[in-house]
Design a protein around this ligand. Sequence first.
Ligand code: CUA
Length: 349
Amino acid sequence: MPLSACNRGVYWRRCGQVGGLLAVVPLIVGAADGNDLSVLSPASPPTHFITKFFIFELSLLTGIILIPYGTLLIYFLIRYRQRPDDDGSDPEQIYGSRPLELAWTVLPLLIVFLIFLIVLRSVADIRANHAPPQDGDLVVQVVGHQWWWEYRYPGQNVVTANELHVPVHQKVFLEMRSADVIHDFWAPRLAAKADIIPGRATHTWFEAEEAGEYGGQCAEFCGAQHANMMIRVAVDPPDEFQRWLANQQQPAAAPESTAAQEGRHTFLSLACVNCHTIRGTPAAGTVGPDLTHLMSRHTLATGMVPNDPDHLRQWVQNPQQIKNGCRMPALGLSRQEVERVVAYLITLH
Ligand code: CUA
C-alpha cells in the first residue's frame, strides 16, 4: 500500500525542522555586524566573558548536535526514501539498544554539566571583579521606573534620566533599585544583564573600552511600555565627561527671554511641579524625570523620539499620543500654555 502522501508530509516536516535550525545562523551572523545592541561585539570585561561563553556553547551544540544530527537526518531521508518498488510493509523492528540508550543519555548529561561548570566559573569571575566598588570607581544609582530610567550620581549632586553618561576606561558600578515593578538593565555590549527588583538592591558593573554610544533595553516585561524602555549609554572621553558632570551640577539658569520667563511662571503654576524637579526652582517632584538639564538629552520618552521643540510640544500637549499608557497625563493645556512651557523647557541646557 503506497504511503507517499504521508511520507511526503513527514519529509517536509523534517526539512522544516532542519531549516528552522539553520535559520538561526544568519540571525547570529547578522547580529555580528557591529550594531550597538549586539552581544557579539563586547566592549567591556564582563561582556567579553559572556561573548566567549556564548561562542563556546554555540560551537559545542552546533558541533555535537546540529551538524551530526542534520547530516544523519539528510542521509536517512535520501537513503530510505520511498521507491517505486516499495511494497509498503514495515522494516524489521528493533527493540532497544543499550549502547545507544547510554550514549544519548550520558553524552548530553556531560555536556550540560560542562556548561554548568563554565557558567559557575564565568559568574564567579564577573562577580569577583565588581563588589564592592573601589576608590576611583564611578558609582551610579539606577532607578527603574515604569517606563524610564533615573540615574543619580551620589556625592555629585547630579540626577538625570534616560541617558547615562560615564567616562571611558573607568570602572562603573551600578547600584540598582526599582520604583515599582521588576525591570532589567541590559546594555548587551557593556554589562551583564541584571534584574532590578522592588525592595532589593542589585548591582552590575562595566568598564567601557571605547568612547561612543551604546544601546540597551529593559529586559524584563514591566508593563505596557516595556518595549519602549530603552537604554542609552554615552561613554565619553574623561574631559568631556567632566564637562558634562560640571554642567549637570549647576542649577537651572534663569531664563532670559520674556517668553521663557512667562513659560517658567506657567510651568511652576501647573501640576508639572508635582512630578518633576527643576533644581533652582520650587519644582521638586520626584515621580517623573528630573528636568534641570532636559535639553542636554538627545531623546524624549526614553529614546522614542528626538528631543527637539516639535516633539517636546507634542509631548507636553499629550504624552499619551507618543507613549500610550505612560504615567504622564495630558494636562489639557491651552495652545498658549503649551507654547509657553516649551519656550521655557528649551532653555534647560
Ligand atoms: Cu522596565 Cu521592562
